[in-house]
Design a protein around this ligand. Structure first.
Ligand code: TRP
Length: 443
């Protein structure tokens, strides 16, 4: 249950949509390398810590943190970190549902054959038309939000977990098939070179920060998703091995998405690898339009992307729902409606940032850009920093020691050392530069 739920949460738009596009924007190989290092040195240790806290507390993340911080004798101020998680979840969900809406919109288009035989220019034109159509975007965004709120309201999170168990392997197989197609029809060599040949001259300080932020985003860290699911983990299962499995699956899906997309990008000079959020939606339809059986494969692909996004979206709202129920006396239905409505309203800002408000920027950011930046670069790292310091320095050492009892003792010492000495300064730097950027961008 825990592995399925956590993998369902981790694998989502972050892997299939965001990873390829930020890799394209940040120049490829060197960025991928830094991202992998961040997963290994920061993401995995923080994930182990979050799962451990969740399993220890066995409540909603906010209550767990409240209990554990007061046990450790900390000031009540530290509870506010739970709030930050709730807000981060709503912010992420707000733009997440808009992007997932794009995937939804593509399902019927694929089926209708809109993309049969299109070239990149036509594909781009289709996408631009969709983006300009606010009503359509809001319609799909609303549908996705209803799907999310619906599942959480019915409490069938486990039901979806079971579905994910079948569909994730299917997504995997499909990505593999697309990879084979990209290998035969696209410029595979150029793509592999772009993704795996580190060209450090393309790497800027900002790219490093982006890689770190994304390593938290893609593993669902820094807002309680993983902590909430940790509460379901049976005592006696190895947290270390489970976390490694989830992280590995997550990385593999992201790299496969990259290897399916970039060969196509490089085979068509009309597609810019640094195109940004539209990369997936412009490049892949060209593939589906050209491949035999592309109509069905394309439909299936966007259905699977939607489902991957769905199981992630649930984990974005569930901690906040649990908290409203536990502490504010809401029932499940009202809690969901209230939170879903807030995220939906914020999401309108993201919809508009691709059309009416495209020219309206806060410094360097559109509304969507600001939401993305605030969450990945500030809120998630802030919570992650707190978790690292709390588990590494504040909590009595006996707690992690007993929770991680079955683990290899060398790995345990290594983990604790990284959590104490590597994570806080590294995450701290990201945070400081992130704050600096916010103020300079706003000013
Ligand atoms: N990890 C998911 C993805 O890559 C998104 C996600 C779900 C998330 N829950 C989260 C991101 C919690 C940050 C925090 O698509």
């Amino acid at each position: 249950m825990f592995i399925m739920a956590a993998t369902g949460s981790a694998v989502g738009l972050g892997n299939i949509w965001k990873f390829p596009y930020i890799t394209g924007e940040n120049g490829g190989g060197a960025f991928v390398l830094v991202y992998l290092v961040c997963i290994l040195l920061l993401g995995i240790p923080v994930m182990v810590a979050e799962v451990m806290l969740g399993r220890r507390g066995r409540q909603s993340p906010i209550s767990t943190m409240r209990q554990l911080t007061s046990e450790a004798g900390l000031h009540g101020f530290w509870n506010s970190i739970g709030w930050l998680g709730v807000i981060a979840g709503l912010f992420i969900l707000s733009f997440y549902s808009v992007i997932a809406g794009w995937a939804l919109a593509y399902i019927p288009e694929m089926g209708k054959g809109t993309f049969q035989g299109v070239d990149p220019i036509e594909s781009q034109l289709f996408f631009d038309t969709l983006l300009a159509d606010k009503a359509r975007l809001i319609g799909w965004q609303s549908l996705f939000m209803l799907m999310t709120v619906g599942v959480v309201t019915c409490g069938v999170v486990r039901g979806l977990g079971a579905a994910v168990r079948i569909l994730m392997p299917l997504l995997f197989v499909l990505l593999l098939a697309m990879l084979v197609f990209a290998y035969r029809e696209g410029d595979f060599a150029a793509a592999i070179k772009f993704l795996f040949w580190p060209d450090f001259s393309a790497l800027t300080g900002r790219s490093i920060l982006e890689a770190l932020g994304h390593s938290f985003f893609t593993l669902s860290l820094g807002m309680g998703s993983i902590m909430a699911y940790g509460a379901y983990m049976p005592v006696g299962t190895s947290i270390g091995k489970t976390v490694l499995t989830i992280a590995l699956l997550d990385v593999v899906v992201a790299l496969m998405a990259g290897m399916a997309i970039f060969p196509i990008v490089f085979a068509h000079p009309g597609i810019n690898p640094a195109a940004g959020p539209e990369l997936l939606f412009v490049s892949l339809p060209v593939v589906f339009g050209a491949m035999p059986g592309g109509l069905a494969v394309g439909m299936l692909f966007f259905i699977l992307v939607t489902i991957a996004a769905w199981s992630s979206a649930i984990s974005l709202i569930e901690p906040a729902v649990a908290w409203l129920i536990e502490k504010r006396g809401f029932n499940r239905f009202t809690a969901n409606i209230v939170l879903g409505f807030i995220a939906w309203t914020l999401g309108i800002g993201t919809v508009l940032s691709f059309n009416d408000w495209a020219g309206f920027t806060l410094g360097d950011f559109t509304f969507f850009g600001a939401m993305d930046f605030l969450t990945s670069r500030i809120m998630l790292p802030l919570t992650g920093l707190f978790v690292a310091i709390f588990v590494g320095w504040v909590m009595p050492r006996a707690t992690p020691q007993s929770e991680l009892d079955g683990e290899d003792s060398l790995m345990f010492s290594l983990w604790l050392w990284v959590l104490r000495y590597i994570c806080p300064p590294a995450i701290g730097v990201v945070l400081l530069v992130g704050l600096y950027d916010t103020f300079t961008a706003a000013g």
